[in-house]
Design a protein around this ligand. Structure first.
Ligand code: FAD
Length: 429
């Protein structure tokens, strides 16, 4: 077996990731005293969260096979601890299994599992295209040379590092031009998607992936904005509990006027702003915020109407929204969006500030090759292309507008990676 890797080391985005694996019915859940959670419950959760606009057969496979894939990861030495099991979705069950050592530990565990097997690894080697004949895919082309194989598995990850492909098949991610940036591996340029499409492979529903919100202060990964921030849309209205999970925030923000929100706060908030270990946001400190005023990425005004005029949003509505927020903060009850009371702050003491918030951090991409439940790549007529399999972020169909949970993407890579491997080697036949 030959593994060809474009980077100088294996690991890709997996090695950079948080290493969370989403699953129900695992040994770790039982160790934590969580009984009765099932793949069926996860299937219902995934499907209803995205209004059933997913490939149900793939989601079913992902949910059903995730517990066994998780046990397999444990069996190859990836460590998971009860204290790292948490609620990573917008559901209410602890299903996010975070590997001790993060994604790097998973990547190392996977490479370690090759020990004793006949696997050659070619690093720093980029596959350019597939070898195709009328009977299907017969291998790959590397450095202009053909390498033949009975089966080829594409596991080249996503395409977040390819601006042209983002503009083409993930327009939500490309909409804000230079503001957007990708946190994954720079070798993840969608090569596998391009190669398989050139060989007749079909693309899943476009415009899928996970975007995080950013004020555009700096290209630092801050998965969460401060909970005390009050966001209004271009109409001057609040539209969401600002503290809800990142997995659904981007989809809600992108429904707003100009796909933009304005994070409003006052001088008291700026002066007391601290980063926390719970949800680190190192750019949201009093001094850093001063820097962003000078840099022009944070607006400042002496009154709310002046701030509204500066932002180009209706001053009257913004004043109403601020007054309503202040009444909520005073009573300790958000009567509009039910944000937890510990995050409620008045916007009262001038000067007032506003950051333009957009969904522009690309965490991973969710559009890719259409596969069947055996991980075979499908052609335009929904037929498997002989000899061609795909797994992980290079595939699509399992994820909708709302990312169900932290851990679903690694779950997808491991479940369908194992499936592709078994079918490609004939272990399942
Ligand atoms: C910072 C960060 C945190 C994340 N946290 C989580 C998390 O906690 N849980 C979760 O579920 N998801 C998370 N994700 C997403 C998740 O990590 C990825 O979706 C998943 O790991 C993708 O796995 P993969 O095997 O498909 O691709 P990758 O791990 O990216 O591997 C693809 C490999 O293919 C190689 N490659 C690309 N093109 C070629 C080519 N032409 N020839 C040869 N090799 C090529 C790349 O170099 C790379 O090594 C996170 C992502 C990031 C960036």
């Amino acid at each position: 077996m030959l593994l060809v890797e474009a980077g100088k080391a294996t690991g890709g985005s997996t090695a950079l990731s948080g290493g969370v694996f989403y699953a129900a019915g695992t040994s770790l859940q039982r160790e934590a005293g969580i009984e009765g959670d099932t793949p069926d419950a996860v299937f219902q959760y995934y499907m209803t969260l995205n209004q059933y606009k997913l490939e149900a057969s793939l989601v079913r496979k992902l949910c059903d096979d995730s517990p066994a894939a998780f046990e397999w990861l444990r069996s190859i030495g990836v460590e998971f601890r009860v204290e790292d099991l948490y609620m990573s979705g917008v559901d209410k069950v602890r299903r996010g299994h975070r590997a001790a050592g993060g994604g790097l530990a998973i990547a190392e565990g996977l490479e370690g599992s090759f020990a004793g097997r006949s696997v050659d690894i070619a690093l720093d080697t980029r596959v350019e295209k597939l070898l195709v004949d009328p009977d299907g895919v017969k291998g790959i082309m590397v450095d202009g040379q053909p390498i033949t194989a009975g089966a080829t598995i594409i596991a080249t990850g996503g395409f977040g590092a390819n601006p042209a492909m983002l503009a083409d098949i993930y327009p939500d991610a490309a909409r804000h031009g230079d503001l957007h940036w990708y946190i994954g591996a720079n070798t993840c340029q969608g090569d596998g998607i391009a190669m398989a499409r050139a060989a007749g492979g079909q693309l899943s529903t476009p415009n899928r992936g996970l975007l995080l919100l950013t004020p555009g202060f700096a290209k630092d990964l801050e998965s969460y904005l401060p909970g005390w921030l009050v966001m209004v849309n271009g109409l001057g209205r609040r539209f969401v509990d600002e503290t809800i999970e990142y997995s659904v925030l981007a989809a809600i923000l992108n429904e707003q006027k100009d796909h933009t929100a304005f994070g409003i706060f006052d001088e008291t908030a700026r002066l007391s702003s601290r980063t926390t270990s719970y949800r680190p946001a190192p750019n949201w400190t009093a001094d850093r915020l001063e820097d962003f005023i000078s840099a022009g990425t944070l607006a400042k005004a002496d009154s709310i109407p002046e701030l509204a005029n500066h932002l180009g949003i209706p001053a009257d509505t913004l004043q109403t929204s601020v007054a309503r927020n202040n009444a909520n903060a005073e009573t300790g009850m958000d009567r509009d969006f039910f944000k937890p009371s510990n995050f409620l702050r008045k916007i009262y003491t001038p000067p007032f500030y506003a950051a333009r918030i957009r969904a522009a951090i690309i965490c991973w991409t969710g559009t890719g090759l259409r596969i069947d439940t055996d991980a075979r790549v499908l052609d335009a007529a929904d037929r498997p292309i002989p000899g061609l399999y795909a797994a992980g972020e290079t595939t699509g169909g399992m994820f909708g507008e709302c990312y169900a949970s932290g851990g679903a993407s690694i779950g997808n890579a491991v479940v369908f990676g194992l499936t592709a491997g078994r079918h490609a080697t004939g272990a399942n036949s």
